[in-house]
Write a protein that binds this ligand. Structure first.
Ligand SMILES: *[C@@H]1O[C@H](CO)[C@@H](O)[C@H](O)[C@H]1NC(C)=O
Ligand SMILES: *[C@@H]1O[C@H](CO)[C@@H](O)[C@H](O)[C@H]1NC(C)=O
Ligand SMILES: *[C@@H]1O[C@H](CO)[C@@H](O)[C@H](O)[C@H]1NC(C)=O
Ligand SMILES: *[C@@H]1O[C@H](CO)[C@@H](O)[C@H](O)[C@H]1NC(C)=O
Ligand SMILES: *[C@@H]1O[C@H](CO)[C@@H](O)[C@H](O)[C@H]1NC(C)=O
Ligand SMILES: *[C@@H]1O[C@H](CO)[C@@H](O)[C@H](O)[C@H]1NC(C)=O
Length: 298
């Protein structure tokens, strides 16, 4: 396993004055707004009066009834270009990039490109080829952004000459959503400082003992996946799907409903060994995953 930094977001101080932002959600290459997804208004970037993209680009429309209308249009770049957002509040932002390739589109399927933001490479020589076919690929990052102009650059790789994007989300997270210091996990000891000045990439968001949680069920339009595939020794762990029937009572200054949706707390894993024979002994359920990722600072 690579060096693994697990950030526990569960016991952090929060200030509660936060409402879900209504910008920026962009429906790329489109002249209509799409509002059908988690009551967000994905503004068409060709809609008169808004101008997020710069440089020379093309757009394409493909009606594919099997996917969300958000993915029917795409902005395509044949040379380096960028989207630009006006940021009114400094802080940590969710940046989500959505990519979808209809089966009929060979040139998008073969596209390879790099995405930069705030001097970081979010995606490096990215291609949808490495992802499951037929469904949208969503890449999620947490980026610290200052007030002013924020650019997301799309740079086609040599030999590909095409970059594209179907939808973009750039929205402010609650205050202190990302801690500046986090404990290191795995074999590493100590803590990691300066997290807020880094770009974080979501690799897995796991709902222990539970099912998928969809973006409609989450307070910040996140998706969560079940933990089954990550359990090292499934026989040591019992799934308890009625772990908690109530609603969490948040104490002031601690986590709140944006830290995780209530559904996350309703399921759990219980160590079978501990439960039946070994009360009081150390608790061991192990989750493991392969994480290979690195960011390059420009
Ligand atoms: C699309 O959304 C933008 C931003 O909220 C709004 O200004 C515009 O009127 C909307 N366009 C349509 C056609 O509804
Ligand atoms: C909402 O978006 C998610 C992923 O972004 C997608 O899987 C889902 O189908 C969308 N739902 C609708 C109604 O468009
Ligand atoms: C990206 O691909 C190009 C060739 O297309 C290669 O020259 C470059 O080193 C690659 N960059 C990375 C970070 O892998
Ligand atoms: C969770 O979602 C994935 C991908 O959408 C799907 O393959 C899987 O069957 C779902 N799992 C459950 C338990 O619903
Ligand atoms: C916990 O279990 C995992 C595998 O299930 C094992 O690799 C690890 O050594 C165990 N740790 C302890 C402290 O028993
Ligand atoms: C991790 O990688 C190994 C070897 O490449 C592979 O056998 C295993 O299935 C992977 N595990 C997960 C959870 O992806």
């Amino acid at each position: 396993m690579e060096n693994l930094i697990i950030i526990f977001l569960f016991l952090l101080p929060f200030s509660s004055a936060y409402t879900r932002p209504n910008e920026h959600f962009i429906n790329c290459g489109s002249d209509f707004n799409f509002t059908g997804n988690g009551s967000r208004n994905f503004v068409g970037d060709r809609y008169a009066g808004v101008s997020f993209f710069k440089g020379k680009t093309g757009t394409k429309r493909e009606t594919t009834s099997s996917v969300s209308q958000l993915y029917w249009t795409v902005r395509i770049y044949s040379q380096p270009s960028f989207y630009e957002f006006i940021i009114k509040t400094s802080g940590t932002y969710f940046v989500r990039l959505h990519f979808f390739v209809p089966s009929s589109s060979d040139n998008l399927y073969n596209a390879k490109f790099t995405v930069l933001a705030s001097g970081f490479e979010l995606l490096s020589n990215f291609s949808v080829k490495n992802s499951p076919a037929g469904s949208p690929v969503i890449k999620e990052f947490l980026v610290n952004i200052d007030e002013g102009r924020f650019k997301i650059n799309f740079i086609p790789s040599q030999g590909s000459n095409i970059a594209f994007v179907n939808a973009i989300e750039v929205f402010l997270t609650p205050e202190s959503f990302v801690p500046d210091t986090a404990p290191l996990a795995g074999r590493l000891r100590g803590s990691f400082d300066g997290l807020r000045s880094r770009v974080l990439h979501t690799v897995y968001r796991i709902n222990v003992g539970g099912d998928n949680i969809t973006i409609d069920e989450d307070t910040l339009w996140r998706n969560w996946i079940p933990d089954n595939q990550f359990l090292s020794d499934p026989s040591s762990a019992m799934k308890n799907s009625l772990f908690f029937k109530g609603e969490p009572a948040y104490t002031s200054g601690r986590a709140n409903e944006y830290t995780a949706p209530n559904l996350v707390y309703k399921t759990a894993r219980i160590s079978i060994v501990q439960d039946q024979f070994n009360r009081g002994q150390s608790f061991n359920i192990t989750w493991s995953s392969n994480i290979t990722w690195s960011f390059k600072c420009e």
